[in-house]
Design a protein around this ligand. Sequence first.
Ligand SMILES: Cc1ncc(COP(=O)(O)O)c(C=O)c1O
Length: 387
Amino acid sequence: MTPVTPSIAGRSVHELPTPFAVLDDAALEHNLATMAAWCREHGVELQPHGKTTMAPALFRRQLAAGATGITAATPAQVRVMREHGVPSVQLANELAQPGEAAWVAGEVAGGGFGFRCWVDSPDGVEILQAAAAAGGAVVDVLLEVGSPGGRSGTRTKADRDAVRSAIDRAPNVRLTGVAGYEGSVAGDRTAPSLAAVRSYLETLRAAGEEVAGDVDGALVLSAGGSMFYDVVADVLTGGGARVIVRSGCYVTHDSGMFHRNSPLDGPDAPARLRAALTVWGTVVSAPELGRAFLDVGRRDASFDQGLPIPLAVLPRGSAEVVPLDGAEVTALNDQHAFVALPDGTALAVGDRVQLGISHPCTTFDKWRRIPLAGPDGVVTDVVETWF
Ligand SMILES: Cc1ncc(COP(=O)(O)O)c(C=O)c1O
C-alpha cells in the first residue's frame, strides 16, 4: 500500500516507485461505453456494484455513462456513496443493524435519496419497519431469493410468503420487487454452471411473478454480477419488469477470472472489455536461471481468484515496454512475487514488469490512491478509494 501523492500528475508511470497499481483511462472509458451499450441493447438497467472500486470518481463516471444507481454491500459503503453524492443506492443485503437502519430512514425521509435494500426474513422487515416508522420514512425493499446451500436469501416459497406477510404488516416498508445473486450459484461458464445459473434465475423470475400483485408501479427484478449478465438478461427481460444488473468488475475487467469468464470477452463475444487495472513491480532479484523476484506481493495485488499474470516488461534503461510471454507468477509473499520464466526468457534486476490481475475488487482494496494513466502512460489524475 505505497502511498502515491497527487503530485505525480504529469509524470510517466515509468518514473513511479514500484509497486503501484495503475488505471488505464482509455480502457476504463472503453469498458464504461461497452457495458452501457450492452445494457441498452439488452433492455436492462445497470447499478454497478460499488464495492469493487469504492472510488467515488469512478461512481461518477459510471453514473454519467447511464448507470441508474450504485450498489453497496454494507451500510458503511452506503454512507460513503451518500457522502459523495450518489443519488440512488441499492444495498444488496438485509439492513440488519437498527442504528444504520435509523440513519437510512433519516436520509430517505430527508428526500432526494433513492434507496432500496434487500430483505430475506421477517426479522429484517421488523428492524426496518421500526427504524422507518421512527424516522417518518417509507423504505423500499427487494425480496431476496437465495438457493439451497447458497448464500443469503429465502430458500422456499414458504419463506418468501413469510417475508411478504411481514411486509404487509409493515406500513413503512414498501415491496418493489425481488433480487438475488446468481454468482453464488456458480463461478465459471461451463455448461453445468450456466444451467445452474439459468435454473436459479428462473426461480427468481417466478418469485417476481408471485409478488407482482403486491407491488405498486414497475416490478423490479435485480440480479447479475460480472459473469452471467447475459443469462440474466435472457431469463429476466421480456415480461415488462425493470431488470437491474449489478456487475461491478466490468469497469476494469481483468486478465484472469473475468478475462476467462465474462460474457464480454473471448472470441465469440459481441464486444470485448479491456483490462484497465494492472500492477507494476521491479525485479529485485534474479538469482537462478528461469526465476525472478518482483517487489509485488499479497499487499499489492489480488491473489484470491488466481495469481497475477505477467503481461509486459520495461527492460532497465529502455523506453519500450515489450510483451512478456510465457512467464508465470507461481507464488506471492507479502511483498514478493515469484516469477517462473520460460526457456530463452530472462529478466534482469531493475527491469520493470507489468502484472495483470485476477479479480479487481481485491486489488482495489489494497490501494488508497491509484494513478490514472493517459495514452502514453502519463499520469493525468489520481483515483481515491474509500474502503
Ligand atoms: C449481491 C452482489 N451483486 C453483485 C455483485 C457484483 O458481481 P461481480 O463481482 O461479479 O462484479 C456481487 C459481488 O460479489 C454481489 O455480491
